[in-house]
Write a protein that binds this ligand. Structure first.
Ligand SMILES: Cc1cc2nc3c(=O)[nH]c(=O)nc-3n(C[C@H](O)[C@H](O)[C@H](O)COP(=O)(O)OP(=O)(O)OC[C@H]3O[C@@H](n4cnc5c(N)ncnc54)[C@H](O)[C@@H]3O)c2cc1C
Length: 507
């Protein structure tokens, strides 16, 4: 990267400052640079490299979330039918991300697609008669939809063994089980993607200041922003000014919004959840597994702690992750501070926090129990997925921190929210992303929403360039099956992904 390691430039005004060098800032920086190449953009990152927090490959699970396998996007109605609304929305969002990434591969901004995205079938695996019934109904509801037409279902152990042998080896026979599989699923190395985007921006003249922590920000009378930046090596402080600030600071975004005294951030708090995974690199095991297999979350567990057995492709090597084992930690970033949670409490967010804690006692209990669970308990959970798992093949790794949104609720006082949310000031001069799920997979639609909210005056002017990058922008793929198929085929071709499958087993 050409322009890294430069200190903050000077007091001069720039058009855009991006705080933090994760996937969100990388995506927004790329879009703004394409749409408005004459704007000056500066990036400030407190760590020595880009993508070292949640966006790093080993700090997240790398699932290209398209609702092909995650059960939390398809809830069961009281009459037993399955609500697929959320799944369709998530899938549509992922198709938008795929289109931008395809465009960037075609234009040479991103390199070999295999360096950041790889085909890995997405599976759901359940046991027990009730769960099998639910999965069958879910399959029927989804597979009629054009975006999920490649989904397969089976309750035959031999078929499931063909799809994922590790799930079935040494499992007692006679157990009711079922699985779905979709070969259009993906594994994404968001760290590599982020680094490639910043390499491009750096080479194009965007200033990327590493080891630079934004410590303060306040709005000037002319609506521009004054930022105070500390050099993490020598603690020297400088200032810079910007017309627009994106707070892409991950778990620290809310802290900076509170410092900036944005009224729209009042009432927001965060619940930090740490995550650990078991990782296996033994080729004798990894060669026998090619899938991301999601199961059911334990009762009371947050949706992001659904256990999954994930093929990962990072730097050309295949590994398997199992987890996550969620736990409690007061830090909002992996490299954050134990004071993050206590320091985030304000008069305006204490009520939502208390209300959320009262409503989610089971979750709080689970986080503490998981944190203190012994290695043998963790291995037991793994063996429910992989009965033949050998402890010597698996080591524990610590992933990134999730900072889940807690916000005011008129009825309950406060609610815990598992999604991702853009918070922007009314005048559109500053915005941030809060929350961590579905996260990086939907970075592109999230940043498009941000552009729409913060730069409405440029909407018309930018539309042609955005359509060139994302041809189906503003069109519902669900309502256009032919367009959905064409789009998925086109991006699959460019990104070297699987496009469809022929069903080899139906219920
Ligand atoms: C355990 C886990 C599993 C996940 N699994 C998936 C998955 O399978 N699929 C998926 O799509 N998403 C997943 N996610 C979510 C995804 O990783 C995040 O949504 C995404 O990486 C967030 O990107 P970001 O750019 O907002 O934040 P980050 O990548 O965290 O980047 C924020 C950056 O801001 C910097 N920063 C913070 N404060 C300052 C400051 N004051 N000054 C300068 N720099 C600052 C930080 O150092 C950091 O580099 C997962 C997350 C976790 C934790």
């Amino acid at each position: 990267m050409n322009s890294t390691e430069q200190g903050p430039v000077d007091e001069a005004m720039c058009d855009v400052v991006l705080i933090g060098a994760g996937i969100m800032s990388a995506t927004l920086g790329l879009l703004l640079h394409r749409l408005q190449p004459d704007w000056t953009i500066r990036v400030y990152e407190r760590l020595p490299g880009v993508a070292e927090e949640s966006s790093d490959a080993w700090n997240n699970a790398g699932t290209g979330h398209a609702a092909l396998c995650e059960l939390n996007y398809t809830s069961e109605r009281p009459d037993g039918t399955i609500d697929i609304t959320k799944a369709i929305a998530i899938n549509e969002q992922f198709q938008v991300s795929r289109q931008l990434w395809s465009h960037l591969v075609e234009t040479g901004i991103l390199g070999n697609p295999g360096s950041f995205i790889n085909p890995v079938p997405h599976m759901t695996f359940v046991q027990g008669t009730d769960n099998v019934g639910y999965l069958r109904r879910r399959y029927r509801a989804l597979s009629e939809h054009p975006l999920f037409a490649s989904m397969q279902f089976s309750d035959d152990p031999d078929t499931i063994r063909r799809w994922a042998p590790l799930l079935i080896d040494s499992r007692p026979s006679g157990e009711a089980m079922a699985a779905t599989r979709d070969v259009t699923g993906t594994d994404v190395d968001f760290g590599s993607l982020t680094r490639q985007l910043f390499d491009h921006l750096g080479a194009a003249g965007v200033h990327i200041g590493l080891n630079q922590e934004v410590r303060g920000l306040r709005q000037n009378p002319d609506s521009t922003w004054q930022l105070r930046i500390r050099n993490c090596h020598n603690r020297a402080e400088t200032t810079t000014r910007a017309r627009f600030v994106f707070v892409g600071a991950g778990g620290w975004a809310l802290k900076l919004l509170h410092k900036a005294r944005i009224p729209d951030a009042r009432g927001y708090a965060l619940l930090p959840i740490s995550g650990r995974f078991l990782r296996c690199d033994n080729p004798d095991v990894t060669d026998r597994h090619d899938a991301k297999v999601y199961g059911k979350a334990p009762i009371g567990a947050p949706p992001m702690s659904m256990p999954h057995l994930d093929t990962r492709v990072v730097d050309g090597s295949r590994s398997i992750l199992f987890g996550p084992y969620a736990g409690s930690s007061p830090k909002f970033l992996k490299n954050g501070s134990v004071l993050d949670l206590p320091r985030s409490i304000r008069a305006h967010n204490v009520t939502p926090l208390i209300a959320m804690a009262k409503d989610n006692l089971a979750l709080v209990r689970l986080l503490v129990t998981e944190l203190t669970a012994s290695k043998s308990k963790k291995l037991k959970a793994l063996r429910e997925f992989v009965p033949t798992a050998n402890p010597q093949d698996w080591s524990m790794i610590t992933a990134g921190q999730r900072a889940q949104i807690v916000k005011k609720d008129p009825d309950r006082g406060g609610v815990l929210q598992f999604g991702t949310e853009v918070v922007a000031a009314q005048d559109g001069t500053i915005a941030a992303v809060l929350g961590a799920s579905p996260g990086a997979s939907t970075a592109v639609p999230i940043m498009l929403e941000l552009l729409d909210r913060c730069f409405p005056e440029h909407r018309q002017q930018w539309a042609p360039a955005l359509l060139e990058m994302i041809p189906t922008l503003g069109v519902s793929l669900s309502c256009n099956p032919a367009l959905a198929e064409r789009t998925m085929m086109a991006t699959a071709r460019t990104l070297h992904l699987s496009a469809s499958t022929s069903s080899d087993s139906t219920p």
